[in-house]
Design a protein. Structure first.
Length: 168
């Protein structure tokens, strides 16, 4: 009888462990789903705000934190460049784009003179980012990419630079 009781305890214990594992798995999945939903909502809000600022010079003035005077039309272009950059980051953050794919996408964006001007004009914005943040790391990746493109001795811009490892 003692062995049956011990066997039942083991079965019950194993069942409890399985239930806990499933609960943890569902909880983790649910947490990831909530984080993605919050990120999607934040992305939509950011895009809405950028669109409003691009359409209204009075609102664009609120986002004018450049170190030099930037004409209104250029500010609107910079706001659009920011929206494109944030959109690419969003796709990376939700897992729709690997870091190497993001690199390739950003390499295309860096072919545009206005985008490069935007990146340079916002350099001081990135100085406040924590060095251990993903955004700081991606900013450095962009800095290196732009430098590589400017220094390249080839017109084949699509081969310039070294895509990042996926380890981060």
């Amino acid at each position: 009888m003692a062995t049956q009781s011990s066997g039942v305890r083991r079965i019950v214990s194993a069942a409890k462990a399985r239930v806990m594992a499933i609960t943890d798995s569902l909880s983790t999945r649910s947490t990831r789903h909530r984080k993605r939903a919050v990120l999607a909502q934040q992305h939509r809000l950011h895009l809405d705000l950028m669109c409003k600022a691009m359409d209204d010079p009075a609102l664009a003035a609120v986002l004018d934190t450049y170190e030099t005077d930037i004409p209104l039309e250029k500010q609107r272009q910079f706001l659009f460049a920011n929206a494109l950059y944030i959109n690419a980051l969003y796709f990376h953050r939700i897992g729709a784009m690997t870091r190497a794919e993001l690199y390739g996408h950003l390499r295309v964006m860096c072919q545009n003179r206005v985008f490069r001007e935007y990146w340079e004009a916002t350099r001081h914005h990135r100085k406040s980012l924590p060095e251990n943040s993903e955004e700081f790391t991606l900013g450095l990746m962009m800095d290196d990419l732009i430098r590589d493109l400017v220094d390249a001795d080839t017109d084949e811009w699509w081969v310039v630079g070294e895509p990042p490892e996926e380890s981060l």
